[in-house]
Ligand binder design. Structure first.
Ligand code: ADP
Ligand code: MG
Length: 300
């Protein structure tokens, strides 16, 4: 559904250039629910804005549902934003109108007319668990309820991809969990592809794949050993809860030029945090990296 290859985004401000994405690779399967984590300034929002058609990529390749976002015309981009992707932000004031009711807010972006529009709005409110609040003004809803209204709005025109930029950033952890459950439900029931940006590693653990971004590039991936659904089922069946650190396998991402970003916690663990080179050797089919010996420094 999503393919980014060597994706580059440069922001130009007067004489200043900021390389927000520097050759990022990311592939997301249709129907996948995945999370993107990374420090502030690592390029997460830039990536989401490019995927959402809000920002134009500078170079590289990026396609969503086969649509090439580098080549797309302005007119097609408008259509793309309306029909292919839905967007949810941390600050939902961006797509909600406080003095309208929940139902009116959800009806607003729906392209259908009359009765079909109303029926669709009710269906969406039900999907996000807000049917009983449909007649309340947005300003009367809690933060979590407003965020669920924002999700309903993002789904108004049956997008194939839902992009959420820190959607749980301004709600408490119980509500964050509910919102994540909602994303999981939507992805399973509608076959929706969901990409969630979060800085909360605990939240990220609840999806099947977590991609970490560092300095505008994907640096590592955590992939679940068992699907989250499978794990929940086992818990329901009375199995022991596994060690959360054991639930995912960590991969470092290898780019086309053979570059590897080693997760910083691994470097720290072996005392290689501030070194600028490592010894490389092949031992029994493994690539082994070790800190340099003192004599290695003489020939740098
Ligand atoms: P994140 O969401 O991971 O915190 P961002 O994608 O917002 O990171 O930002 C990545 C980098 O790009 C930062 O250095 C940021 O300052 C810069 N940046 C983001 N948006 C703009 C913009 N509109 N103009 C100039 N620089 C920007
Ligand atoms: Mg951001």
């Amino acid at each position: 559904m999503i393919r980014c290859d060597n994706l580059v985004k440069i922001y130009k401000q007067a004489d200043l250039e900021v390389v927000a994405l520097q050759g990022l690779d990311l592939h997301v399967r249709a129907g996948e629910l995945m999370a993107i984590i990374g420090n502030s300034g690592s390029g997460k929002s830039t990536l989401l804005n490019v995927l959402g058609g809000l920002d134009r990529p500078t170079a590289g390749q990026v396609t969503v549902d086969g649509i090439d976002l580098l080549q797309i015309s302005d007119a097609d981009l408008v259509k793309y934003k309306r029909e292919t992707v839905g967007f949810v932000w941390q600050n939902n004031a961006r797509n909600l109108i406080p003095y309208l009711t929940a139902q009116e807010n959800v009806e607003l972006p729906i392209l259908l007319k009359g009765r079909r529009k109303r029926a669709r709005a009710l269906e969406l409110l039900e999907a996000v668990g807000l049917l009983h609040r449909r007649k309340n003004r947005l300003s009367q809803l809690s933060g979590g309820e407003q965020q669920r209204a924002a999700i309903a709005i993002a789904l108004a025109n049956e997008p194939k991809v839902l992009l959420a930029d820190e959607p749980t950033g301004s709600v408490d952890s119980a509500m964050a969990n509910q919102i994540l459950d909602l994303f999981r439900h939507l992805s399973h029931s509608l076959g929706l592809t969901v990409v969630i940006v979060t800085h909360d590693p605990l939240l990220a653990q609840k999806v099947d794949r977590v991609v970490a971004i560092r300095d505008g590039k994907t640096s590592s991936e955590l992939i679940r050993r068992k699907s989250y659904a499978q794990e929940l089922q086992e818990l329901a069946d009375g199995a022991e809860r596994g060690d959360p650190d054991e639930s995912h396998i960590e991969y470092a991402v290898l780019d086309r030029a053979g570059r590897l970003q080693i997760p910083s916690h691994c470097l720290e663990a072996v005392g290689m945090k501030n070194r600028n080179k490592m010894r490389v050797a092949i031992e029994e089919g493994r690539i082994v990296l070790t800190p340099p010996e003192p004599q290695d420094d003489r020939v740098s």
